[in-house]
Design a binder for this molecule. Structure first.
Ligand code: C2O
Length: 330
């Protein structure tokens, strides 16, 4: 059976997975008994997520205004900055158990749930930001770390006065430092190692499966390399980006995951099919796996993997940028 979404009033203490210690922060969301099955709204205008290195001053202003407003929401508003950051902690640090599976933790990393979970996470985050500035076309930026021009932390994130700034980053890796995507193994941005769909997406994770059945190549490669590279060695355990529980506190997280999500779309639509004949997972335990999120109206919604397999249906696309590595790889 598919993994069931967590039960919010059973949310418990989370663990710092880098140290194995219990966390002294509560990362559980507000509880409600009203859950709606989410239906993708009709798309009237496609949102286009821009490359973070290429955005205009107007965009940077708007983006900061949205994040600033998110930070000013009441603490217990599920759309507030910290509550949004805590989603990552709750889903990734053992605060939730798999419903009906005893003490088995729920974990969205290191399996085929990795891409779908983060896609939905960014989807609602983006809609909340858009709502806060009254701009339904607002689209998150993506950190274009697969392009030579995008391989530093995007400059807009290092302005200390900006709402999207975070002091807890490795100071040695601020611009002009260039990211080494190969620090965890493979430098190919799509990291197609065995040309197998599970090798890219991650291993099956079903109801009753123990955590971490195995990450896909992109998750364990470039994705993790960026987290570790940005995390601050002056902090106790890699905060903010270098630790699951705190990663969502750095606005750069959502920008990094924009590109991780973009890698998924490139894998689906750009990678020549002779490289990977089957790029879809048709297993119902994958398609029917579900999560819960608060939407832009602070309504708790239940979403499924099958509804997030097509980014265009979800109403967003990515700015078209050269893929210098695509030719080089083929
Ligand atoms: Cu949920 Cu980049 O980690």
């Amino acid at each position: 059976n598919p993994v069931q979404p967590p039960v919010l009033d059973k949310c418990g203490v989370a663990t710092n997975l880098n140290t194995g210690e219990q966390l002294d922060i509560n990362c559980c969301p507000p509880v409600t008994d009203r859950i709606i099955d989410y239906r993708l709204p009709p798309v009237f205008q496609m949102k286009v997520r821009p490359s973070a290195h290429r955005v205009s001053p107007e965009y940077i202003f708007k983006y900061n205004m949205a994040i600033d407003r998110m930070k000013r929401l009441p603490k217990d508003d599920p759309r507030s900055f910290m509550q949004q950051a805590n989603i990552h902690c709750a889903y990734c640090n053992g605060a939730y158990d798999q419903p009906g599976q005893g003490n088995l933790d729920l974990q969205v990393h290191n399996s085929w749930l990795f891409f779908p979970f983060h896609r939905w996470y960014l989807y609602f985050y983006e809609r909340i930001l858009g709502k806060l500035i009254g701009d339904p076309t607002f689209a998150l930026p993506f950190w274009n770390w697969d392009n030579p021009k995008g391989m530093t932390i995007p400059p807009m994130f290092v302005d200390p006065k900006a709402a999207i700034y975070d002091p807890k980053r490795n100071q040695a890796n601020l611009p002009p430092a260039v990211i080494d995507l190969g620090s965890t193994g493979n430098t190919d941005p799509l990291q197609v190692v065995n040309a197998d769909v599970f090798d890219f997406m991650g291993q099956p994770y079903r109801e009753g499966t123990a955590v971490n059945p195995g990450p896909g190549s992109s998750e364990r490669g470039s994705h993790t390399a960026v987290h570790v590279w940005v995390g601050d060695p002056r902090e106790k355990s890699g905060e903010n980006l270098g630790n699951f529980y705190s990663a969502g506190r750095d606005p750069l997280f959502y920008c990094h995951h924009g590109n991780v999500d973009r890698m998924w779309t490139l894998w689906q639509y750009f990678l020549p099919s002779n490289k990977v004949p089957e790029k879809r997972i048709t297993d119902p335990d994958f398609l029917n796996a579900a999560f819960v999120f608060y939407d832009e109206n602070a309504q708790l919604v239940r979403v499924t993997v099958k509804d997030c397999l097509d980014n265009l249906r979800m109403g967003y696309d990515y700015e078209r940028i050269d893929l210098p590595w695509l030719d080089y790889r083929a």
